[in-house]
Design a protein around this ligand. Structure first.
Ligand code: THU
Length: 152
């Protein structure tokens, strides 16, 4: 299960990594820009942004892009995720006027597959390095289905 804790300094590092990628969000259809940064058990950070397609159903969220980048490098255990975003947020220096961006249901499920213990896995929804809300995955995806249900 999840043996890792993340201190406040590392939370801020993760948030800043996500904020630095927000301008790269590609959302010409919804104009809702999102960036995410995941910390892995190896101590590395991987980032992702949402990328939309003209075939809208091909769109992929920032959170899954970040997680799948980690998996592509063989880093399969994520220990925290930071998420930033909002409507027309790619060019803003300041997200204070926006709501916190919380992850969609599909991304919550994918986190479940790579996070260890959902009761401790932190999801950090941030406006800035000093203004964020934190949830555990279990709070956002209670009574979840996961790898153990398939004996993995
Ligand atoms: N989106 C994310 O990337 N992450 C979320 O947590 C919420 C939604 C993206 C998908 C789509 O490009 C746009 O935001 C609007 O749904």
């Amino acid at each position: 299960m999840n043996d890792y804790t993340i201190d406040n300094d590392m939370k801020r590092v993760l948030i800043r990594e996500a904020l630095s990628k927000l301008p790269n969000s590609f959302a010409p259809y919804s104009h809702y820009n999102v960036a995410a940064a995941v910390l892995t058990a190896s101590g590395k950070i991987y980032t992702g942004v949402n990328v939309e397609s003209s075939l809208l159903s091909c769109t992929i969220c920032a959170e899954r892009n970040a997680i799948f980048s980690a998996v592509a490098e063989g880093d399969r255990r994520i220990t925290a995720i930071a998420i930033v975003g909002g409507l027309n947020a790619a060019d803003t220096e300041d997200l204070e006027e926006h709501d916190y961006c919380t992850p969609c249901g599909v991304c919550r499920q994918v986190m479940r597959d790579f996070c260890g213990d959902p009761k401790t896995f932190p999801i950090i929804c941030a406006k800035s390095a000093y203004d964020y809300k934190e949830f555990t995955l279990d709070q956002l995806l209670p009574e979840s289905f996961g790898p153990e249900d398939l004996d993995e």
